[in-house]
Design a protein around this ligand. Structure first.
Ligand SMILES: Nc1ncnc2c1ncn2[C@@H]1O[C@H](COP(=O)(O)OP(=O)(O)OP(=O)(O)O)[C@@H](O)[C@H]1O
Ligand SMILES: [Mg+2]
Length: 233
């Protein structure tokens, strides 16, 4: 059994004439420690799939297992626990608390997780050791995204889910953030899943998963992923 098994998942919204299948029997797998890239056009179902995988949304039918645990049939209380301890999230717009410092934003996550890493050490690891006392508004977009990555990895999660993590960043800053995510995967052995529109990023992945109209149309393994520094787009 694969580490992540996303199997025949349907997610339907509405009913009758307004019925929408955000996911339409989508299936993919990811192995432990891999960096997977999910590619697909707008509306293909990428965010829906990631939210279900992260226990933030429920499915209409199908099964999702992570590390042998059935997420799709878990109770709400079990999902709260799963989101808190097993999953780190990184979003396009950072989602930091504006009136807390970088350090306090990271502590917010680390304090609620058993087995969490030290918040200050984690900020140093993402290159923000000198900016811990700054508020989000005092940091650049790339720095804010580093704080949000620190917040996610301070939980010491098994799984890091990133939805368009460079969508709001310029080319160079976006590249640095992707490098950080690739390093986090390699160095800390965390399974990382990155959603992107940018097909030029495909070579960085151990596993490429392509979505189209709620379905997975391609899943390709790459034995020799390209370091981010060597990818141009
Ligand atoms: N709450 C909802 N109610 C109705 N339809 C929804 C809802 N959430 C998502 N959808 C629809 O499901 C489909 C997939 O949405 P999803 O957000 O997963 O796409 P995506 O691949 O992440 O797109 P993007 O690249 O634009 O972020 C879209 O057609 C969307 O309109
Ligand atoms: Mg999306």
């Amino acid at each position: 059994m694969a580490y992540i098994e996303f199997k025949d998942v349907i997610k339907a919204y509405g009913s009758g004439e307004t019925l929408i299948h955000a996911l339409d029997r989508a299936s993919f797998t990811v192995e432990r420690g891999e960096l997977a890239v999910i590619l697909g056009a707008s509306g293909a179902g990428k965010t829906t799939a990631l939210n279900i995988l992260g226990g933030m949304d429920t499915l209409t039918s199908g099964t999702v297992t992570v590390d042998g645990r059935d997420i799709s049939s878990a109770s709400e209380a079990e999902l709260v626990e799963y989101r808190r301890t097993d999953v780190g999230f990184v979003f396009q717009f950072y989602n930091l608390v504006p009136n807390l410092t970088a350090l306090e934003n990271v502590e917010l996550a680390s304090q609620i997780c058993p087995g969490a890493l030290d918040a200050a050490e984690t900020l140093a690891k993402v290159g923000l050791g000198a900016r811990m006392g700054n508020f989000p508004a005092q940091l650049s977009g790339g720095e804010q995204q580093r704080v949000s990555i620190a917040r996610a990895i301070a939980k010491n999660p098994k799984l890091l889910l990133c939805d368009e993590p460079t969508g709001a960043l310029d080319y160079v800053t976006g590249k640095q953030i992707l490098q950080l995510l690739q390093d986090t995967c390699r160095r800390d052995g965390i399974t990382v899943i990155i959603i992107t529109h940018n097909s030029a990023l495909a070579p960085m992945a151990d596993r490429l998963i392509r979505f189209k109209s709620g379905k997975v149309t391609e899943m390709t393994l790459n034995e020799h992923p390209t370091p981010i520094a060597d990818i141009e787009w």
